[in-house]
Write a protein that binds this ligand. Structure first.
Ligand SMILES: Cc1ncc(COP(=O)(O)O)c(C=O)c1O
Length: 388
């Protein structure tokens, strides 16, 4: 029995230290981290500039209220926003999506939302309403009533977007949903239908953004132009942050008193975000792109031929390795712990890799071999049991 609520089934070790792309547990065991704290610690655990920026800010002032001007938040917003957008800072991905939903209602005067099966947008009541998993919503009814939940990548889903729709919310690569990659044509059709019906397009970049796929935002791969973008996770390399970015024409509908947060734009968090954005420059993004291309090539060569692997999906350093039903992803994750590798799962028996973006290519290479061996050993063991 613990004194923290049982909201997660936790592995029986405590991570107490880290360096580069490695984490160390309370028994002194070292792991190559292919999780980045679920896509958060993109610059790993030794980035001296980020550490120094935070340390310098801690020496000055940690927190002010949003009643005073915040030059640091202003600078982060200027760097983070595409031209013609404005930012609202909050503390998490779910809060960024809450802000987007509220702003969509206020800006359009409409209340219907369209969202997609297996899209994940968070667990507060508004974002949970647009999260496409009945089992995650179960027990929390009534949620927001006017949400149409439709299949992802399905042309028929376009019919759900009408003149009554305030906003469509989607991830261009569904992360928790199993690394489901959106089809370019379909995404453009969704955007066109939004334009034709006066509907706002919200792209949730909480998992796929901040360089994860080799662009700052994954929608850049597709040339989309969302009305709103939500980000969080990697923005401050592990300090809690979220942001809603909205086109100025939409953002102007939030006026004083409409929305707020005590901690959003917190000085310490912004000091980390400012340094993250400085380092997330085109040269760095090109290294992520190149590492990602190499990684997918290796995965195709080394993992695709395995009987227990039914597919590989993703982009950049956002990877889904889809396993056959005969081999549970939980088993693979636990076996990899023994090998000193941390990985994640996603829906649909998917082994998910979200390494820190600074991960060493040679380390990744060794990890792929270990993942391949582990999958083969577990499949062979399963077969041996089946033969008995
Ligand atoms: C795409 C996406 N949106 C929103 C969220 C919620 O973010 P947070 O856990 O910071 O509230 C997540 C979390 O995994 C996510 O992957």
């Amino acid at each position: 029995m613990t004194t923290t609520m049982h909201t997660y089934d936790q592995f029986p070790f405590d991570i107490v230290d880290g360096h580069d792309a490695y984490l160390i547990d309370d028994q002194g065991k070292e792991y190559l981290d292919l999780t980045a704290g679920i896509g958060v610690c993109n610059f790993g655990y030794s980035n001296q500039q980020i550490k120094q920026a935070v340390a310098d800010q801690v020496e000055k002032v940690w927190h002010i209220t949003n009643l005073y001007q915040n030059q640091l938040a202003e600078e982060v917003a200027e760097d983070l926003c595409p031209a013609g957008y404005q930012a609202f800072f909050c503390n998490s991905g779910t809060e960024a999506n809450e802000a987007a939903i509220k702003l969509a209602h206020k800006a359009t005067g409409k209340h219907e939302l369209v969202a997609f099966n297996y899209g994940f947008h968070g667990r507060t009541t508004g974002s949970l309403s647009v999260t496409g998993y009945p089992h995650i919503q179960e027990g929390f009814a009534p949620l927001m009533p006017a949400v149409k939940m439709v299949p992802f990548n399905d042309p028929a889903a376009l019919d759900a977007i009408t003149e009554d729709t305030a906003a469509v919310i989607l991830e261009v690569i569904q992360g928790e949903g199993g690394i489901n990659v959106g089809q370019a044509d379909w995404l453009h059709q969704v955007q066109e239908k939004c334009h034709a019906t006066g509907t706002l397009l919200i792209i949730d970049e909480v998992q796929s953004g901040m360089g994860r796929t080799g662009h700052r935002f994954a929608f850049e791969h597709y040339g989309l132009e969302p009305d709103m973008i939500t980000v969080a996770k990697g923005l401050a390399n592990g300090l809690p942050v979220g942001a809603l970015l909205a086109k100025e024409s939409v953002a102007k509908h939030f006026q004083p008193g409409d929305h707020g947060t005590t901690f959003g734009g917190n000085k310490v968090v912004m000091s980390a975000a400012k340094e993250v954005l400085k380092q997330l420059n085109p040269e760095f993004l090109a290294t992520v792109q190149a590492k990602g291309d190499w990684l997918f090539d290796q995965l195709e060569k080394k993992l695709s031929p395995l009987e227990a692997v039914t597919g590989i999906s993703g982009a950049g350093l956002m990877v889904g390795i889809h396993l056959a039903d005969s081999l549970s992803v939980g088993q693979v994750i636990q076996a990899l712990h023994k090998e000193g590798i941390l990985t994640l799962s996603a829906r649909g028996n998917t082994l998910r890799l979200l390494p820190p973006l600074i991960v060493d290519q040679a380390d990744l290479d060794q990890a792929i071999d270990k993942i391949s061996q582990t999958i083969q050993q577990l499949s062979n063991a399963d077969q041996a049991v089946a033969v008995k």
